[in-house]
Design a protein around this ligand. Structure first.
Ligand SMILES: NC(=O)c1ccc[n+]([C@@H]2O[C@H](COP(=O)([O-])OP(=O)(O)OC[C@H]3O[C@@H](n4cnc5c(N)ncnc54)[C@H](OP(=O)(O)O)[C@@H]3O)[C@@H](O)[C@H]2O)c1
Length: 319
């Protein structure tokens, strides 16, 4: 059997980039490295959103993955076992994600593709066109999930943008509609003015910024919280002494303990990794469990200034 069973090399658009790389499955990874995750560990669990659609609990972050090398990294991620790819217009990689989807022989319905509306196109008509352009770039008929990337409250267009997502869902362009970086005040306004709440809120979340109030609000409103930068974008949290001790107890890495803590908080995660080894590591989270005490001691690491990049959605704007 070919090592590259998941991919149809011939299907994709012609390209001068070298796509002859072998993408490792869990079995091949183990064979090559002597150890590795059990194949059964590499099946991201699905959970049901409040609109009835399912979403993988673990997805793959794609920020910075662009061009040919981005395609190779994401193709490896599918081979590793990820099924959800988190993209955005502003990542400038919707073309690369589309190329990965075309190269993969996985069925469209087995993939979960997310993209995000940028701040500069929040006006209703522009938002609809932008969603269509995202689909055209990816060569897709529909998104599994489309999010408003940031509320940009000073511009005051996020309710219009939300109405556009509602309309795009009716048009069949999007299965589930959600938001990113929305605070309770923004979500309350969406509900009051449109009667429709998002099913997902993707927010910055890691041990130094764990967002207990936002998580509580989301949960009470049937909104699934998904953590962006779940590993704090590899900042000091990956060297935290308290997490390190917990990791040693479980014979796991610090990154695995952080991701497991997030899952046990009831939050979805979308770690990004360009390394095949770390891609496997970040999926291998279902053969250990943190105690309530361990969960509490990681949650206690929350800091008032713990954001990675000081992006407070009440005032920060991104276009
Ligand atoms: N909605 C939003 O506003 C928003 C904002 C930011 C991000 N996001 C999304 O969230 C995704 C994830 O966030 P992120 O990319 O900012 O950061 P992240 O996933 O928290 O961290 C990525 C960094 O951690 C390293 N890493 C990954 N796994 C590791 C492991 N097991 N051990 C040690 N280091 C590890 C990676 O390096 P290597 O690549 O070398 O492994 C990379 O430097 C993004 O890619 C994007 O899709 C959304």
């Amino acid at each position: 059997m070919s090592e590259n069973v998941l991919f149809n090399q011939g299907q994709a658009i012609s390209s001068k980039y070298d796509f002859s790389k072998t993408y490792l499955s869990a079995e091949l990874f183990k064979k090559k490295n002597g150890s590795g995750p059990e194949p059964s560990a590499n099946q991201p669990e699905l959970i049901t959103l409040s609109d009835g659609n399912e979403i993988p609990l673990i997805g793959f972050g794609t920020y910075t993955l662009t061009g040919g090398s981005g395609v190779n990294t994401m193709m490896q991620a599918l081979s590793t076992g990820y099924r959800a790819l988190d993209s955005a217009v502003n990542y400038e990689n919707e073309g690369a994600v589309g190329e990965v989807i075309r190269r993969s022989s996985l069925k469209r319905e087995d993939l979960f593709i997310t993209s995000k509306l940028p701040g500069r196109h929040q006006k209703f008509d522009e938002a609809i066109t932008t969603i269509q352009e995202s689909l055209f770039r990816m060569h897709l008929d529909y998104f599994d999930l489309y999010l408003i990337h940031w509320p940009n409250p000073l511009e005051n267009h996020y309710v219009e943008a939300w109405q556009a997502l509602i309309e795009a869902q009716k048009m069949g362009l999007i299965r589930s509609i959600g938001v990113s970086n929305f605070l309770p005040e923004h979500l309350e306004r969406l509900e009051k003015e449109t009667g429709v709440l998002p099913v997902v809120n993707q927010i910055e979340l890691h041990p130094y910024w764990s967002q207990p109030e936002q998580r509580k609000f989301d949960k009470e409103h049937g909104i699934f919280t998904q953590a962006w930068s779940p590993l704090g974008r590899a900042n000091a949290v990956l060297h935290d002494e308290i997490i390190k001790k917990i990791a040693e107890t479980h014979h796991k890495s610090i990154a695995q303990v952080i991701l497991r803590w997030e899952l046990q908080l009831g939050v979805g995660v979308i770690p990004k990794s360009s390394s095949t080894k770390r891609q496997f590591e970040n999926l291998d989270l279902f053969n250990f469990e943190l105690s309530d005490e361990e969960i509490s001691s990681i949650s206690a690491l929350d800091k008032p200034d713990g954001r990675t990049n000081n992006q407070n959605p009440a005032v920060y704007q991104e276009f």
